[in-house]
Design a protein around this ligand. Sequence first.
Ligand code: THG
Length: 279
Amino acid sequence: MLIIGERINTSRKGLDEKVAERDEAFFRGLARTQFEAGAAYLDVNCGTRINTEIDDIAWLAQIVQDETGAPLSIDTPNPAAAESALKVHKGEARPIINSISGETERYNKMIGLLKEHGCGVIALVLDDEGMPANGAERFAKAQKLMDRLLGDGVPQGSIYLDPLVQPIASSIDPELSYGREVLWTLRKFKETWPELHCSAGVSNVSHGLPKRKILNQAFMVMCLEAGLDTAIIDPNDGYLMQLILAAEAIVGKDPMCANYIGAAREGKIEYWVKPEPAQ
Ligand code: THG
């Protein structure tokens, strides 16, 4: 599982203020702890800062990369903000633009950046007609978007298709489980495009519910089985991280269970939930 650390996001409590104050030490800490916990990419999102996002995201990108050297998931619907972060991005590993969608203006501007910078891209199943209501609509929107991306010469291996996880608590139709719709969609993605990467914001699933981490952990395991290979999650949830290792071993994504055995030897597999590290 490719892990994208989700914690640098100004929609999280108190983080908007930390960006406003330019609290560099705070964000260095968030970057380092996620990287050390096993995040391959670090997401940077300051979407709450509408008027200053373009400057703020470049500031965040620079300090996060200076601290860890990790490539970034540049999380913004705004092409100007994405460009601002791309300009300061360093290192061999290319960043991931998070994200492009089928929305006309966003698509046209993001595709230009993608070609210019040769990076990866998360593709959201969202278009001018809005959000998909169920699995079938997710797949229909995905087909259109994939046709367009592949037609525009984006290599399949650079695309991370995202089925859009919606909070299960926000479904008003008792017949419709947002969890199930996403799992169905992931299977369909893998069946249709076997070489394609699939990514998802797993923690969206629990929004508005108590004891969110348990829901995130359960959903993570199910998504992994359904074909998810890239997860935007909190890597500092040690219990979640060990569940990923266990689930990969079970579905044959860990040959000879080598990673699982190695982690157990290193004392990284435990029966209890660890408290979060202090920030
Ligand atoms: N797809 C893509 N990008 C995304 C999302 C997606 N970026 C944003 C979001 N969804 C993924 N990132 C987060 C970050 C934080 C939380 C949820 C998703 C979150 N955090 C709470 C907090 O920190 O207070 C609670 C954390 C917890 O208890 O688990 O909710 O879908 N491409």
